[in-house]
Design a protein around this ligand. Structure first.
Ligand SMILES: C[S@@+](CC[C@H](N)C(=O)[O-])C[C@H]1O[C@@H](n2cnc3c(N)ncnc32)[C@H](O)[C@@H]1O
Length: 193
């Protein structure tokens, strides 16, 4: 199964999809395997491949995705069926900025991988639904080196949002975070209180 997921990940990347980089993907799966979450939230589902891999690592978990692009949602749903996880996976269609503030339930793992200029905004909606002991796995937090370095004007919003996100998760007494500087930067945050 993982061989087939790898094949689809390569094919999707080749066709221009923003697929999670390999080292970050391995880290994602190792954290999921260790934490064994019951309820996973994925912000930015794309065609569903990371979600499927997470569900394979946690056979009792459910997955809730948020995705804005209808075509990608349809492909993700096809992929869920193809891999037999459709009963454990659902997708909310629409803009995460509108869906997250009204999201209910409790999650113990959040894969934050949606639009890069909104991470800080999303955090205030994620924390109320994140259980104590739960984890946020945020990808692209160094945004092509622009977060620790300089960014051209057109990327200033993303840089600013990421800096605010990192500042908050690194310095809040309720959270414990680790920054991984490989690939495009991953930040893993655990809610400790
Ligand atoms: C990096 S991709 C996600 C990759 C996926 N998590 C994976 O690992 O396979 C980001 C996704 O976020 C979606 N997206 C962009 N803006 C969005 C928004 N405002 N609300 C919800 N999804 C959005 C894009 O369509 C894209 O599919």
């Amino acid at each position: 199964m993982f061989r087939e997921i790898d094949r689809l990940r390569k094919a999707a990347r080749k066709s221009g999809e923003p697929i999670l980089r390999d080292k970050s993907f391995k880290l994602l799966l190792s954290v999921v395997e260790e934490k064994k979450p019951k309820h996973i939230l994925e912000i930015g589902t794309n065609v569903g491949l990371s979600g499927i891999a997470m569900l394979y690592k946690c056979e009792e978990a459910t997955l809730t995705g948020i995705e804005i692009d209808e075509e990608k949602i349809n492909t993700a749903k096809e992929n869920y069926k193809k891999f037999g996880v459709e009963k454990r996976a659902k997708i909310f269609s629409g803009d995460a900025s509108e869906i997250l503030p009204v999201l209910t339930g409790e999650y113990d793992f959040v894969f934050l991988d949606g639009p890069k200029g909104h991470y800080f905004e999303y955090l205030s909606s994620i924390l109320p639904v994140l259980k104590v002991g739960g984890v946020i796995f945020a990808d692209n937090v160094l945004y092509r080196g622009m977060v620790l370095g300089k960014a051209p004007h057109k990327h200033a919003t993303i840089k600013h949002s990421m800096e605010n996100y990192l500042e908050k998760v690194m310095n809040s007494e309720n959270l414990k975070s680790t920054l991984y500087e490989f690939d495009d930067g991953v930040c893993i945050t655990e809610r400790i209180k």
